[in-house]
Design a protein around this ligand. Structure first.
Ligand SMILES: Cc1cc2nc3c(=O)[nH]c(=O)nc-3n(C[C@H](O)[C@H](O)[C@H](O)COP(=O)(O)OP(=O)(O)OC[C@H]3O[C@@H](n4cnc5c(N)ncnc54)[C@H](O)[C@@H]3O)c2cc1C
Length: 499
């Protein structure tokens, strides 16, 4: 029976775990052990559209207070400078599998020549706007949006909420780990204090102190699909640049560069493969592209996961359980979903989890990692923008794994959703066919249903794009929207975010 939980780590994974457990299972004693000397990773600023719902729905964090503390900006999707088109937008809405009056097929069928502004969010991204304007003059703040944040601001906000909810904090570095029949018996801190618990959440980041080091649980590498293993990160203080409502992903010689938007900073980073470029060459290319970049830092990582992230009385969450490079900013997604699954597992078992329940939890989390790997593989396999040795290697050697079926289906049938449930494994797909088709169409991967549009179809599409563009242009940009939601006349509708 689990009564006491110790969370090792005070980064976003540890704090989201502590908050999730304390909010939904208040009878548990939850203690976070962290070392400020080791610190947090300090990168990881983009999310998917799941995060605002997790924070404000599942964790019941007041959005108004969160906007004051963590100061997020909104992300409508990813703007890819990728493939043969100048760029394309991947939104969190139904841009490619949506429908429009007068067009018998899904919008993706008509997107071969031009895939811009097929729906409102795509048009908002195109116009640099965050929200449409309602008839009453207010921005229409939607739920299907993600956040951009500074990792340190996010972690500070989560720490505040965790303390308020009754989570106890102990500062200290783990010096030794004692094994026992249940898995881990105790942690000894450098102060010699011994910390015991019934369940240990390993949120110690890439160090994976408990699952990886102490229990020696095997790690499965994703190196046959994802070749990048380092990032050089940097940025500059914003001056006149507008705050973009999306993440930029720009193709680079041996990888890609992100641009993530904060109110006061522009954050950039170059994710690259050390097999194709040295750290110094990557830094030089990064600085050539971004002359305003000030200080940089190098982060090394490996893509892959522990297929069993819950072993005996240890559950690994965050970078200690798995990591893939941040092209789709999915780490916080996996953390939030794993936290919800852990709460379900403990609540369902009345805090006495069985081996089959742990096994099912492990499959659930492992499936998320595998689908993310497969989705990212499509980004690498089909990006024809550059002909450098790195990109040649990606086009030739990226293993598609589970995405193979979806690509084969798309190549023969175009962006069809006729057998969506059969195609998507698991059924609870993260990206769904919309995501896969956005990347395939965006990169102009050929399919057999490509044909010239009729005059009538072209007219209908022109009218659709014009209407979306007009609505987007009249909308609010990020800076205007932030002023509104932080101002005196704005209130968040209770229940707005899904639990
Ligand atoms: C280049 C890069 C870009 C990224 N971009 C994104 C993104 O856009 N979106 C996204 O969702 N994710 C991104 N991530 C992932 C991001 O790092 C994670 O989402 C997230 O911050 C989780 O980190 P963590 O809590 O697992 O680890 P950390 O932040 O590293 O926290 C680990 C904690 O464990 C503690 N600890 C470790 N060892 C000990 C010890 N022995 N004793 C005591 N305490 C200890 C540390 O002090 C710290 O508190 C990115 C990662 C990288 C590398």
């Amino acid at each position: 029976m689990i009564r006491q939980v110790v969370v090792l780590g005070g980064g976003s994974a540890g704090l989201l775990a502590a908050l999730s457990l304390k909010t939904h299972l208040p009878q548990l004693a939850v203690r976070v052990v962290l070392s400020r000397e080791i610190g947090i990773i300090g990168v990881g600023e983009g999310s998917t559209a799941d995060l605002p719902n997790h924070l404000h729905g599942f964790l019941r964090i007041d959005p108004a207070d969160f906007h004051q503390r963590a100061r997020p900006t909104w992300k409508l999707g990813v703007h890819f400078e990728w493939g043969p088109r100048p760029s394309f937008n991947y939104t969190f809405t139904k841009t490619f599998i949506g429908e429009a009056e007068g067009l018998p097929r899904l919008l993706g069928y008509y997107a071969w020549d031009d895939c811009d502004s097929l729906d409102l969010n795509s048009a908002l991204m195109h116009e640099g706007k965050a929200f449409k304007r309602l008839p009453n003059g207010a921005p229409f703040v939607a739920r299907n949006l993600a956040y951009h944040m500074e990792n340190a601001d996010f972690v500070a906000a989560l720490e505040h909420y965790a303390i308020a909810s009754g989570v106890v904090f102990t500062e200290g570095k783990v010096h030794a780990v004692e094994r026992g029949d249940a898995g881990i018996a105790a942690l000894t801190l450098e102060s010699r204090e011994k910390v015991t618990a019934d369940l240990f959440v390993d949120a110690s980041g890439f160090r994976s102190e408990l699952l990886g080091r102490a229990l020696g649980e095997p790690f499965e590498s994703f190196a046959d699909a994802l070749f990048c293993d380092r990032a050089v990160a940097g940025g500059w203080e914003r001056t006149t640049e507008p705050v973009l409502p999306y993440t930029r992903a720009e193709t680079m010689d041996a990888g890609w560069a992100w641009q993530i938007e904060h109110e006061r900073h522009v954050n950039r980073g170059y994710v690259f493969s050390s097999a194709f470029v040295s750290d110094d060459e990557a830094e030089a290319e990064f600085r050539r592209e971004n002359p305003k970049v000030q200080k940089t830092r190098l982060v090394k990582f490996r893509s892959g996961h522990h297929p069993r992230s819950w072993v005996q009385n240890v559950v690994a969450l965050g970078n200690s359980g798995g990591f893939v490079e941040p092209l789709e900013a999915t780490a916080l997604f996996v953390i939030s979903n794993a936290c919800r699954a852990l709460v379900v597992a403990l609540a369902d078992s009345e805090c006495d989890p069985t081996p089959t329940l742990r096994g099912t939890y492990n499959r659930t989390v492992a499936c998320m990692w595998e689908e993310i790997r497969d989705f990212l593989a499509i980004h690498y396999r089909y990006n024809t923008r550059l002909d450098t040795p790195f990109w040649q290697h990606c086009r030739r050697d990226t293993a598609l794994h589970g995405a193979e079926r979806i690509v084969a289906y798309y190549e023969e049938n175009g962006p069809s959703t006729a057998f969506a449930l059969e195609l998507l494994t698991p059924e609870t797909s993260i990206f769904r066919l919309e995501g896969f088709y956005a990347l395939l169409i965006g990169q102009r991967v050929p399919h057999r249903r490509v044909r010239p549009l009729t005059a009538a179809e072209q007219q209908t599409l022109s009218r659709l794009r014009a209407a979306n563009t007009a609505e987007a242009r009249a909308g609010f940009d990020v800076t205007e929207s932030l002023a509104v939601v932080r101002g005196p006349y704005w209130s968040w509708t209770p229940g707005f975010y899904q639990t």
